[in-house]
Design a protein around this ligand. Structure first.
Ligand code: NAD
Ligand code: UGA
Length: 464
């Protein structure tokens, strides 16, 4: 009997892990993940298991199913033609030019993928919208797909809620799986049920929600906006704390213990990053604006504005703390990823912090346990406009945290890596310029111990 065939277009942070889990949980299904990037596919196929993304637990899952029922390939057309179900997990960044620039999601890649499916498919397909897209994208995609008239396509929306750093845990034990479709069309409902059956292999049925397609698309944008809104709220409160002497962690705990509020996602920081929060909020803002919902648009836009403000005021604090100038001073940036347990730097607050410090002519020593030095330098070239030759005069990436801290005027924590808590601060203090400063953008350092060693330490929302 022919085995059920799934194809996923896009082998990135979503396509790779989510398809690995389907293959792992459903040995009776063949899953092929395809991409136009040769480098990414080669890396997914790397014999040593040196995968293109770092995610705890991912390597073990991939190695256990790769070439059994999980395959990575560049053969996009062949995978489309063979598949019964096609997930589309391509990137949907914010549009950089043209109509809606700086707000709307750029759906070019999605449309290209849909046109490829339309061109190649000769048998009925279930097309699953996995990327995060603006509301009503499924409708647009349906017109692209059905225009060829060659075969039948059922469109299902299935947004992904995994967070990087905990992707495998989130995929294996999701709070919910959301599946939306056109509930008035029996073939679409049939397609939705096929997807429900797949998830039912490991997700309890009551956690698989089925809705109409518009609710599903909108829920994804709203979920990210709610999460980001909590971070911006607590970050706004951190500024009040610094002005009044209240302690942000005490406030977050006291507020979060109310069951209606909850303790999660109330950690003050240098600002949120990642490829999705800002882009999804801006997409929601654009949606509101295009419908004339100005107040709603402004409300959501302020989540992003507050986040920009948080990054700015953190850098201002560093500059003021270092006697109003950082020119020529060596500053150690600890952490470059947008959060711990990932090597992803997209929209990382570290990029903006470094950009502004470089603008002030500081000399940066950067350390991150998982981000490749080439990625850090590329990000900084893009953000500062410097070429590599020039950047190399002002920024060095180290593979060892102690070397990065050597003869530094200040430590600046941008990512909450656990290992930063365990560093030998006595050694670091001895090897630093004095007074030795630490600006903890994640409140992860052992502040009291460091103060007793002689550090001048600044934490987000902490009394000085
Ligand atoms: P990504 O950039 O890591 O991966 C996308 C991949 O798609 C890339 O490897 C790219 O080469 C490939 N691609 C683009 N166009 C293609 C085409 N026409 N044919 C074949 N391959 C193509 O992006 P990501 O982080 O995986 O995000 C994908 C989508 O999922 C986005 O819409 C994002 O908003 C959403 N999402 C991301 C996360 C996350 O944690 N990163 C979580 C939930 C949802
Ligand atoms: C987020 C959501 O959590 C996922 O549900 C969603 O699927 C995903 O976006 C997406 O659509 O891409 P992710 O961005 O990977 O996941 O990571 P988060 O844990 O949400 O953190 C986002 C940013 O907020 C990070 O920079 C993090 O450091 C920051 N953050 C988070 C805080 O500053 N404080 C907090 O309390 C929580």
């Amino acid at each position: 009997m022919k085995r059920y065939q799934i194809c996923c277009i896009g082998a990135g942070y979503v396509g790779g892990p989510s398809m690995s889990i389907i293959a792992y949980q459903c040995p009776h299904i063949d899953v092929k993940v395809v991409d136009i990037s040769q480098e990414r596919i080669d890396s997914w196929n790397s014999p040593s298991g040196d995968l293109p993304i770092y995610e705890p637990g991912l390597r073990e899952v991939v190695l256990s199913v790769r070439n059994r029922n999980l395959f990575f390939s560049m053969e996009v057309d062949e995978a489309i033609e063979d598949a019964d179900m096609i997930f589309v997990a391509v990137n949907t960044p914010t549009k950089m030019r043209g109509l809606g620039a700086g707000r709307a999601a750029d759906l070019t890649r999605w449309e290209l993928a849909a046109r490829r499916i339309a061109a190649v498919a000769t048998t009925p397909k279930i097309v699953v919208e996995k990327s995060t897209v603006p509301i009503r994208t499924a409708e647009a995609i349906a017109s692209v797909l059905t225009a060829s008239g060659k075969t039948h396509f059922s469109i299902v929306s299935n947004p992904e809620f995994l967070a990087e750093g905990t992707a495998i845990q989130d995929l294996r034990n999701p709070d919910r799986v959301l599946i939306g479709t056109n509930t008035e069309d029996p073939r679409s409902v049939e397609a939705m049920n096929v997807l429900v059956d797949i998830y039912s292999h490991w997700v309890p049925r009551e956690r698989i929600l089925t809705t109409n397609v518009w609710s599903s698309e909108l829920s994804k944008l709203v979920a990210n906006s709610c999460l980001a809104q909590r971070v911006s709220t607590i970050n706004a409160v951190s500024e009040i704390c610094e002005a009044t002497g209240a302690d942000i962690d005490e406030v977050a705990n006291a507020v979060g213990l109310d069951n209606r509020i909850g303790v999660k996602f109330l950690k003050a920081s240098v600002g949120f990053g990642g490829s999705c929060f800002q882009k999804d909020i801006l997409s929601l803002v654009y949606l509101c604006e295009s419908m004339g919902l100005q107040e709603a648009a402004e409300y959501f836009y302020w989540i992003v504005k507050l986040n920009d403000h948080q990054k700015e005021r953190f850098v201002s604090r560093i500059i003021h703390g270092l006697f109003h100038t950082v020119t020529g001073k060596r500053i150690t940036v600890l952490g470059f990823a947008f959060k711990k347990d990932t090597g992803d730097t997209r929209e990382s607050p570290a990029i903006e912090v470094c950009r502004r410090l470089l603008y002030e002519k500081a000399i940066l020593s950067i350390y991150d346990p998982k981000v490749h030095s080439s990625q850090i330098l590329t990000d900084l070239c893009h953000s500062t406009g410097m070429d590599l030759l020039e950047l190399n005069k002002y920024a060095t990436v180290y593979a060892d945290p102690y070397e990065a801290c050597y003869q530094s005027h200040a430590l600046v924590v941008c990512t909450e890596w656990d290992l930063f808590k365990e560093l030998d601060f006595e050694r670091i203090y001895c090897e630093m310029e004095k007074p030795a400063f630490a600006f903890d953008g994640r409140n992860v350092l052992p502040h009291e111990t460091m103060k007793s060693l002689g550090f001048v330490i600044y934490g987000i929302g902490k009394p000085l």
